[in-house]
Design a protein around this ligand. Structure first.
Ligand code: NAD
Ligand code: ZN
Length: 351
């Protein structure tokens, strides 16, 4: 297959809201890289932050920058040092680029590498016809997984790692926040045998999606008292598990209050600034196990995602609410900031 010299890509070209669809050179793989022809991509919350140019993006992003990090595609070329992957392989990407030599990397936790870089944030991204990344970060996909679900594996990994920090089978779980990752968490909890699945979210569209995905109860935290509802549904015990996926301090405090003494709380949400909590009351004296979740486990989470998707144990169809070709990227990002969506897919020309 002949690889063209130029390609279409969604590029953050300047400060402020927005991006541009541009003709740019096809990247060349370095000695340890793969060059992938992209077949499907999906938009993450951090892409939206880059598009909106929030304070995090202003500090972190070097312009111009091809956006995006969630993808599925076919390898078309490998660097000269790559042995384990050949052209033709169906791949996605682990987006945490670890150094391999720091304390965390060498003790088996590369996802929290001290020198962590992120694909599409600190390097050239994947909202393009071709993408380059280290071959060690390429995930070989099971051919039974459709490209659009293969692209979702990266955020799915956030949900898997959060929900499955410990076993959930036969347990009650509260999921606070039903953004794309919270919705994926509902699907994971359901697939992995959770009993009561309570999901809390102000947006009615997202609450409805959660019911489709297997939530047994949904709560509007603005209209109802979450702690009271959870107590009522659990006979006064509270839930065994909290998965905090909103990044909202009140959802975190109320969610912790809903955990039964001796239960577990896994927190993925990222908060604007510091959060005040009554730790004695919420964590210490109730012996709650608290987990912080960063990305996914490298790479055990990916094997779980593959297993669940290849064997159709996860129902992801309701999560994918919109599909757009690259040229309609503006509409896709506006919709994403609006919030009346699940996961949004973006397809390069011809796919
Ligand atoms: P999102 O912003 O799309 O979703 C958050 C949802 O929480 C929204 O639907 C919002 O309406 C809802 N919400 C707001 N206030 C709430 C409340 N009081 N109670 C319940 N729900 C409330 O975000 P996302 O992309 O789904 O990601 C979820 C969170 O996880 C975000 O905070 C994100 O920054 C974070 N995140 C962390 C990691 C990590 O590695 N730790 C990775 C991905 C995302
Ligand atoms: Zn490292």
């Amino acid at each position: 297959m002949s690889i063209p010299k130029t390609m279409q890509a969604i590029v953050k070209t300047r400060e402020g809201r927005g991006a541009e669809l541009r003709e740019v050179p096809v990247p060349e793989p370095g000695p340890g890289d793969v060059l992938v022809q992209v077949t499907a991509t999906s938009i993450c919350g951090s892409d939206l932050h880059i598009w909106q140019w929030n304070s995090w993006a202003q500090k972190r992003i070097h312009l111009p920058q091809i956006m995006g990090h969630e993808l599925a595609g076919r390898v078309v070329e490998v660097g000269r040092d790559v042995r384990h992957i050949q052209p033709g392989a169906f791949v996605s990407a682990e987006t945490h680029l670890a150094c391999g030599v720091c304390y965390q990397c060498r003790t088996g936790r590369p996802e929290i590498c001290k020198n962590l870089r992120i694909l599409g944030v600190d390097t050239t991204g994947v909202f393009a016809e071709y993408a380059v990344f280290p071959a060690t970060n390429a995930i070989l996909n099971d051919e039974r997984i459709p490209p659009e679900y293969a692209s979702l594996q990266e955020p799915l990994g956030n949900a898997i790692d959060t929900v499955l920090s410990e076993d959930v089978s036969g347990k009650s779980i509260l999921i606070t926040g039903l953004g794309p990752v919270g919705l994926l968490a509902v699907a994971v909890a359901k697939a992995c045998g959770a009993g009561l699945i309570i999901a809390s979210e102000p947006n009615p569209f997202r609450r409805e999606l959660a019911l489709w995905l297997g939530a047994t109860h949904v709560v509007d935290p603005r209209a109802e008292n979450l702690v009271e509802v959870v107590n009522r549904l659990t006979g006064g015990n509270g839930v065994e598990v909290l998965a905090e996926m909103s990044g909202n301090p009140k959802a975190l405090a109320d969610g912790l209050r809903c955990v039964t003494p001796g239960g577990r709380a896994s927190v993925l949400g990222l908060y604007d600034g510091e959060v005040m909590l009554d730790l004695n009351d919420l964590i210490v004296l109730r012996a709650v196990r608290l987990y912080g979740v960063t990305g996914r486990k490298m790479f055990s989470t990916w094997y779980k995602a593959q297993e669940l998707l290849a064997n159709r144990r996860l129902e992801l169809a309701p999560i994918v609410t919109h599909r757009f070709p690259f040229e309609r990227y503006q509409e896709a990002f506006e919709l994403m900031s609006d919030g009346n969506c699940g996961k949004i897919l973006l397809f390069p020309p011809g796919h």
